[in-house]
Design a protein around this ligand. Structure first.
Ligand code: ZN
Length: 250
């Protein structure tokens, strides 16, 4: 099976549509979509993005921390002020149907050897996996060879050998258009990066394709009309730092 793996769309429709177009143009092909959460928050088009996702009917579609904040399942006090403002705005504009869609999202899913969560295996909605020590703690509890995570908005890969528990996991920032071969016997935590708000200094939308037969993980990047999303944010009066970060990719 080939899975299109998306995460952290964050109400950025231009980025979301660009990814769907890029997948078509590259003829990479996929059998199903796995979405790792944070469909809304930060961006100006929450309803449009939820509707696009509903139309795609992904095999897995998880809840992220921003989705939960909009639903009131997380207190916005836990968020940065600028992010909290957009959470509150999203709550006001979201239609009842789209809210119901977010409400129904699970926090994790397991498909064969893959555990899917928004944030981390031990804290599915909250923890950032950014360093080998955090990855190590998560490798110990995940119970599967592979975990797919989003949340950090960075296309990171952590790999460890469970037969060598004292060794530190290795961490890589995955380059676009490079297929990583997933070796059997090792454990991986894989992040497809963010569609709608990349944070690795590369403003291009990120996504990944997982091929479970070839055992490959391939990251892709695609440009999208950032200024399109930014103009909508400005028209809505969103805070300037949230607007500028999209063109900087951080
Ligand atoms: Zn996010």
């Amino acid at each position: 099976m080939r899975y299109l793996v998306l995460s952290d769309i964050h109400a950025n429709l231009a980025a979301f549509e660009a990814v769907l177009r890029d997948v078509k143009h590259r003829h990479v092909g996929y059998d199903a979509i796995w979405f790792l959460g944070d469909l809304v928050g930060y961006g100006p088009e929450p309803n449009e993005c939820v509707e696009q996702m509903r139309a795609l009917a992904p095999a897995v579609s998880l809840a992220g921390n921003h989705d939960w904040a909009v639903l009131g399942k997380i207190d916005v006090a836990a968020f940065h002020d600028l992010a909290a403002d957009v959470v509150n705005w999203t709550r006001e504009v979201l239609t009842a149907e789209n809210r119901a869609y977010l409400q129904d999202r699970p926090t994790q899913a397991t498909v064969d050897d893959f555990l899917l969560v928004h944030a981390s295996p031990r804290e599915p909605v909250w923890e950032y996996v950014l360093d080998p020590a955090t990855a190590l703690a998560n490798f110990a509890v995940m119970g599967t060879p592979y975990a797919l995570v989003g949340h950090s908005h960075l296309p990171l890969l952590f790999v460890t050998n469970p037969a060598q528990p004292k060794e530190r996991p290795r961490a890589f920032l995955v380059s676009p258009n490079t297929s990583i071969f997933l070796r059997s016997g090792l454990q991986y935590i894989l992040n497809p990066g963010s569609v709608g708000q990349p944070r690795d200094q590369d403003p291009r939308a990120a996504y990944a394709v997982l091929d479970t037969e070839a055992r490959t993980w391939t990251l892709y990047r695609t440009e999208y009309p950032v200024q399109h999303t930014q103009a909508k944010m400005r028209a809505l009066g969103f805070a300037e730092p949230l607007i500028v970060r999209l063109q900087l990719g951080r």
